[in-house]
Design a protein around this ligand. Structure first.
Ligand code: DSN
Length: 412
């Protein structure tokens, strides 16, 4: 960072402060992760200096020969990682990946069926404040309020009534496995196409730790920066027959110039994800998640659906008389970063909430294992039981800092 320090010491200082925050704290936000130095180098490279509108071999700018090589490598590696026929690595984000698929399958005001944001879905799955909710005629499914899990029979009924053109499956705050085959069967019964948004569980799907929707459903969308542990961005996987349509929707339909430094970094991420150690990493994410969940349950904290199958858990704070907002702030003071989250049957606003979402991808990247989870679970419980006890919170912050420093910020 020596050039940055000379040119702009203010931003250099801010970045250093953020590095220390990441090093000295426990990042338990389920959608975050830490990239390797190789991914960082590609992101910070001169590949950013180029317009490359179009696709490899068919660009609207000269001088793209090396960008073609990088994008082809990214596409080939992503296909080989997931066994997909076609991939598009240009979406700037998961939302834009979803947007491209929606526009490829629907016209404005067509019916869309998806999981509601309040029960675990995502903004881009038809939330009224998002483009997806404004442009399409959205019906939502949620979870069964008793089991707090997906009820495929009920989803099928809703699909029969609403006759969607597109069904979206995949979630941002769902701690259980998703049966993509069941969604495909429901869709076949009503003539809909299926988009599986695997942004959260992409690493688990790529490594067989969770069922992969690729080649089961029509379209798979993802971000590349969560359990996949790559640069911040999006991607789409589909069959050859849909390739041309999807590519057209991304460019020129929705985006102009692709972020070629990010595409180069995606290629690096997809190579890293093919290593056997990446499978071990994803297995460990789930082991850590289950171990942390077990500790919280032993401490009488209620988890939505009673536990977790994946990288995250959702805590119901109602019985502690706490809101998600209060819990997020108190844990933040202790150096433990989490996010407030709505829970099924939520009675509070999304800015307050009754729940907390906790995930293990980042701490697993840092090398923490099952035996470390009870330590973290005890800290979380102590803070949640007495959010106004600043003495305890300060004590825990010191312990969290000492503990966290022992684990490196960069994956091997
Ligand atoms: N907003 C992200 C999350 O935290 O789940 C998903 O895009």
């Amino acid at each position: 960072m020596s050039y940055l320090g000379d040119t702009d010491s203010e931003i250099a200082d801010i970045i250093e402060k953020e590095r220390l925050r990441q090093l000295n704290g426990l990042e338990l936000i389920a959608s975050e992760n830490l990239v390797s130095r190789a991914v960082l180098e590609a992101m910070g490279s001169i590949m950013t200096n180029k317009y490359a509108e179009g696709y490899p071999g068919k660009r609207y700018y000269g001088g793209c020969e090396f960008h073609d090589m990088a994008e082809n490598l990214a596409r080939e590696r992503l296909n080989s990682l997931f066994g997909s026929e076609h991939s598009n690595v240009q979406p700037h984000s998961g939302t834009q990946a979803n947007m491209a698929v929606y526009f490829g399958c629907m016209n404005v005001r067509d019916p869309l069926l998806s999981m509601s944001l309040a029960q675990g879905g995502h903004l881009s799955h038809g939330s009224p404040v998002n483009f997806s909710g404004r442009l399409f005629n959205v019906t939502h499914y949620g979870v069964d309020l008793k089991t707090e899990t997906l009820d495929y029979g009920v989803i099928e009924e809703i699909a029969r009534k609403s006759r969607p053109k597109v069904i979206v499956c995949g979630a941002s705050a769902y701690p259980r496995n998703i049966d993509f085959k069941a969604f495909q069967e429901i869709a076949e019964g009503v003539g809909a196409r299926v988009v599986a948004d695997i942004a959260h569980i992409a690493g688990l799907c790529a490594t067989g730790v969770h069922q992969s929707p690729v080649n089961i459903v029509d379209f798979t969308t993802t971000t590349t920066h969560k359990t996949l542990r790559g640069p911040r961005g999006g991607a789409i996987l589909c069959r050859k027959e849909d390739a041309q349509n999807i590519d057209k929707q991304v460019f020129p339909g929705m985006q102009g110039g692709p972020l070629m430094h990010i595409i180069a970094a995606k290629a690096v991420c997809f190579k890293e994800a093919q290593k056997p150690s990446f499978r071990d990493y994803n297995i460990q994410i789930v082991k850590n998640s289950k171990a942390l969940a077990e500790c919280l349950i032993e401490n009488e904290i209620r988890l939505i659906s009673g536990g977790t199958d994946n990288h995250l858990m959702l805590l119901d704070l109602s019985s502690l008389g706490l809101t998600g907002l209060e819990a997020e702030i108190a844990l933040g003071k202790a150096g433990i970063t989490v996010n407030k989250n709505t829970i099924p049957n939520e009675q509070r606003s999304p800015f307050v909430t009754s729940g907390l979402r906790i995930g293990t991808p980042t701490i697993t990247t840092r090398g923490m294992k099952e035996q470390d989870m009870p330590i973290i679970g005890e800290w979380i419980t102590t803070v949640l039981r007495d959010v106004n006890n600043n003495f305890e919170i300060n004590r825990i912050k010191t312990e969290v800092t000492e503990f966290s420093k022992k684990f490196p910020l960069y994956p091997e």
